[in-house]
Design a protein around this ligand. Sequence first.
Ligand code: EPZ
Length: 443
Amino acid sequence: MLSHLEKQQTVLEIQGQTILKGEVIISGAKNSALALMAGSLLCSEDCRLRNLPSLVDINRMTQVLAALGVKLQRTGDILEINARNIGKSQAPYELVSQLRASFFVIGPLLARLGMTRVPLPGGCAIGARPVDLHVRGLQAMGADVRIEHGEVHACVKGSRSRLTGAKIYLDYPSVGATETIMMAATLADGETIIENAAQEPEIIDLANFCCSMGAKIRGAGTNKIVISGVERLHSTDYHVIPDRIEAGTFLVAGAITQSEISLFPVIPEHIASAIAKLRAIGPKVIIEEPNRLRLIPAPLRATDVETLPFPGFSTDMQAQFMALLTLSEGNSVITETVFENRLRHVAELQRMGADIRVKGNIALVRGVPFLSGAPVMATDLRASAALVLSGLAAQGKTLVQGLHHLDRGYDSLEEKLRKLGANIRRVNLASEEELNSYSTVTS
Ligand code: EPZ
């Protein structure tokens, strides 16, 4: 029987092998919204963000900004922000430790206030997640940066009140470091050039957001971004791009359940690598209008996947495609090159009957004819999505635990899947009848 601790858990119960049908609405992009919220600190006037997803991570970023003195008002998918009085220049540890992305406030705070203290975000399930590239970029722009007692202390050196534009080469095209440096550079004195910059769509969205406030940024989306500093930024009303990772996750939901579904809104070029991979595996992906995709299912064939910085195949889609490839005929080699510990979903997929062998950062997946439902534990955000996808395809019932991971990054996933016809519901295992329906022996 489940232990007492597990009894108290809310879990997703999925009855597999239901065909999906219909259209799913894709929410605003988590990884863009978080950066834009940090970017709103650059401006002392009203900012409005539209198409914001409802996620735990967004709520946490709202708390971080509020703790810094920012005024925020959320109405539906609209967030009104006013960072006029960001007196306190220190983000609280207990909030930053729960949301790594809150470290992105360091660039805007330094640019606005000339000094700041931000707790080191620390690692997470998928890796150590260092911030050395962020720090080195700010130092190149004239900040004195020290790490003491788990906090990054940064202040503009000497008598200068502003950061100074610099030429910065990133050893790795880090998304976060590119965002930190780009935001800080918008108010710096002079021109900043970021070479080997990240090219993810979220970088373009952040650059467009900053430009809508009067920043001067060229080259976002390429590996060289040029920012000419300005004195101050003004208010804006900005619409966040759709979430490419949520879109990719739903494409896999259609493919893994052999269902024809459509997705809207989607920006196809944001998931070109995932679309290409899906087509290699078998399904058809049709671009019906500028921002609507239709998936036509087909028998699944093995293929190889290597995660790379954009425009390569996204690491945030690796777990979902592994779930799909466990049911694809033949052998697939999956190589995770971005994070050092992002194969933890393998053990849970194996519990469902997947045939996977891991050597270092490489997983060899041998396709099996079917998966069988089981109680499984999510280990991180995208792993939880992979387990839901596997549950949708598996024979019998799957119980996905560890939903705090899922709720960080997916807006109403089970409601959206249920609307497509999936047999999925959130249950509290404390209720007796739920317990009796699972005769599981915990390991
Ligand atoms: C962003 O994380 C995303 N998060 C991640 O999405 C995504 O997986 C990642 O970019 C890669 O695309 C947000 O945007 C909030 P990185 P970030 O800096 O910025 C190393 C999800 O599931 N690195 O590009 O932290 C780092 O260790 C999340 O939605 C340094 O060495 O990613 C990693 O190996 C997970 N030093 C690699 O770069 C640094 O200073 C990529 O990290 C920074 C990063």
